[in-house]
Design a protein around this ligand. Structure first.
Ligand code: FAD
Length: 413
């Protein structure tokens, strides 16, 4: 094994390079980044960075000396093609790199709305000024600048990024309306109970949440700045800032063009995170992998997932192959509330709430007699216990959890 080429220097790409060196990989490591900055973490983009309590350099995963000292070649550029037979990648500037193993860590791009004024694919072309999506440090810098001058912000989509932005924007004194097509926030990610808690939290802060509401279009002035969001029911919301937070699309185009298997939602990989080509792995937000418990192939979007995938690939490439079986976990911070989720809820049929405090509780989600996921609101200890119990598949059924005097911690071995 000599050269590993990694496409994408986000959370997963960076971690692959770092873990390869930690594990003693002796060969070349080339980390190719389409972004013109050192590898950085994205979670603060919708939290501390947006608030102004962290600057760009605090987002960096490592300083430049880290890569130099470990002989990790950071290359700026966009990979435009893979030749699996020749084991080479091609960049937009015409340069090329050969590989012994290729890791695709291309992440995802924000979805836009196919509406006038909404984005690059909008019917009238280009987005209006003041209309944003949030994925990169560059997006966050533009959003932060808009926020400083904004009075009426409209967020389309009540997912994690939309709600985290809404919380920060209220802190700036901006009037905020969140428009969501579904009947509750975080609908793909949390239980009804937790979603209701976050609805109350945002309403208490003065944010208006409109559920079951579509967006018909965006309006702008003659200078191309957004002025209003038109809802499907014809109402117009004044807006000088619009954040479109309607999810992401995995970046699968390179894999597809190279003839690798790509499903509806991500590059198809097996439990070792290998694509159909034994010399190409795919990890993180772009990869659809089999879930340990259900066997369903799906993508996860989290730091833990990207880091876990990266470590597994580095272990395989340095001689210790294994199947990916890590427990997924996730967090979100909104106002002073911390949400932590352990496990993945792929449909539950029973739930038990731990904790009497309306501002601090955990929701245990069961499928049949098995605990599948735990959502903890301001209960970090429950979250840590949940991670251990779920990892060990400790037996617990809803009746036991709901019994008087039940102690979650007592289940720890
Ligand atoms: C605003 C925001 C807040 C978040 N908050 C949280 C949180 O609180 N908790 C949490 O767990 N997760 C959070 N996430 C999700 C988490 O950041 C992602 O799951 C993680 O970054 C995925 O890592 P990745 O390496 O798969 O992709 P990315 O980090 O997206 O990196 C992919 C990189 O590949 C590059 N690339 C793509 N194609 C090419 C190409 N052809 N050539 C060269 N380079 C290419 C891209 O430019 C990008 O830099 C957040 C994400 C965002 C955007």
């Amino acid at each position: 094994m000599t050269g590993v080429v990694i496409v994408g220097a986000g959370q997963g790409g960076y971690q692959t390079a770092a873990s390869l060196r930690e594990l003693g990989h002796p060969g070349r490591i080339t980390l190719i980044s389409a972004e013109d900055v050192l590898p950085y973490e994205r979670p603060p983009l919708s939290k501390a960075y947006l608030k102004g309590t962290a600057d760009e350099t605090q987002l960096w995963l490592r300083p430049v000396t880290y890569y130099v000292r470990r002989s990790i070649d950071l290359v700026g550029g966009t990979v435009t093609g893979i030749d699996p037979a020749a084991r080479t990648v091609r960049l937009s500037d015409g340069s090329g790199y050969g590989y012994d193993h290729l890791v695709l860590a291309t992440g995802a791009r924000p979805r836009t709305l196919d509406l006038p004024g909404a984005g690059p694919r909008g019917i009238q072309g280009g987005a209006l000024r003041g209309v944003h999506t949030l994925r990169t440090a560059q997006d966050a810098a533009a959003l932060r600048a808009s926020l400083a001058a904004a009075r009426h912000a409209v967020v389309v989509g009540a997912g994690f990024i939309g709600l985290e932005f809404a919380a920060v924007a209220r802190g700036f004194g901006c009037e905020v309306t969140v428009v969501e097509a579904r009947s509750r926030p975080l609908a793909r990610a949390v239980s009804v109970r937790t979603a209701e808690h976050f609805t109350r939290l945002h309403e208490r802060a003065g944010t208006r949440l409109l559920f079951g509401q579509g967006v018909a279009g965006l309006h702008g002035d003659r200078r191309g700045a957004v002025t209003a969001v038109e809802l499907a029911d014809g109402r117009r919301l004044p807006a000088d800032l619009v954040l479109i937070g309607v999810g992401v699309t995995p970046r699968t185009e390179l894999a597809a063009a190279a003839g690798l298997p790509v499903g509806d939602d991500g590059i198809t990989v097996d439990s070792r995170l290998l694509t159909g080509d034994p010399y190409i792995s795919a990890i993180g937000d772009c990869a659809a992998f089999p879930q340990v418990r259900s066997g369903n192939r799906r993508r996860l979007e989290s730091v833990q997932n990207a880091v876990g995938h990266a470590r597994l690939v580095a272990e395989r490439l340095t001689g210790t192959p294994r199947a990916y079986d890590e427990l997924p976990w996730f967090w979100s911070d909104q106002f002073s509330t911390s949400l932590q989720i352990a496990g993945v809820d792929e449909g539950h049929d029973a739930e038990v709430v731990l904790g009497e405090d309306p501002e601090g509780f955990s929701v245990l989600l069961f499928r049949g007699k098995n605990l599948r996921a735990v959502e903890s609101v301001n209960r970090p200890v429950d979250h840590l216990i949940a991670r251990q119990l779920l990892r060990k598949e400790v037996e617990l059924n809803p009746e036991e959890a709901a019994a008087e005097g039940f102690s979650f911690a007592s289940l720890l071995p």
